[in-house]
Design a protein around this ligand. Structure first.
Ligand SMILES: CC[C@H](C(=O)O)C(=O)SCCNC(=O)CCNC(=O)[C@H](O)C(C)(C)COP(=O)(O)OP(=O)(O)OC[C@H]1O[C@@H](n2cnc3c(N)ncnc32)[C@H](O)[C@@H]1OP(=O)(O)O
Ligand code: CO
Length: 140
């Protein structure tokens, strides 16, 4: 069911500092402009690499779910993996049937790429926070 690895989510206290690592240390050249996703409680910056993206995410607002992550990981770090799926609702129902826990209300929300996303609780996913993202229509 899962498709390509769309992005690796990296939580950071400072997108600006993390951009310096990817640009100056690792030589990344395709770095997007940071943008806010208030409804998701994050500020986001995408770093393009040949076969996927690095999604740098900073907490945005008091209720950001990232605050819980930073309590345990003050310097940030690997946060989630995002896989593409053809149909988010079909994927959701399949995952529920297999015993995964859908985070939040269970209804897909619009993510950083403007397409529906869901998160699966780490407990059933090998201690990894998994994001499922519906493949953008133009990519079909
Ligand atoms: C949506 C925009 C963008 C996009 O790509 O489109 C993004 O990806 S934004 C990403 C930020 N948004 C989210 O992460 C939403 C989903 N996340 C959550 O609902 C919470 O972060 C949750 C439930 C995963 C964890 O919340 P919290 O830390 O408050 O709960 P606990 O401390 O009780 O953690 C429970 C359990 O999970 C482990 N945990 C927490 N975060 C992670 C993580 N990132 N990776 C792996 N494991 C994680 C935590 O250690 C606890 O484990 P336990 O064994 O029970 O101690
Ligand atoms: Co993500």
């Amino acid at each position: 069911m899962i498709g390509r690895l769309n992005h690796v989510g990296i939580a950071t206290p400072s997108i600006e500092d993390s951009v310096r690592v990817y640009r100056d240390m690792l030589g990344a050249t395709a770095i997007g402009e940071p943008f806010d996703l208030p409804e998701q409680g994050v500020r986001v910056c995408f770093v393009d690499v040949p076969n996927t993206q690095i999604e740098l995410i900073e907490p945005l607002g008091e209720t950001s779910t990232l605050h819980g992550f930073f309590e345990k990981n003050p310097r940030g770090g690997q946060h989630h993996l995002c896989f593409e799926v053809p149909d988010i609702l079909v994927a959701r129902d399949e995952m529920i049937a297999k015993g995964a826990r859908i985070l939040g209300s269970g209804a897909p929300r619009i993510g950083a790429h403007g397409t529906p996303i869901l998160f699966l609780h780490p407990r059933e996913m090998g201690a990894l926070l998994i994001e499922l993202m519906e493949t953008p229509k133009e990519a079909h």
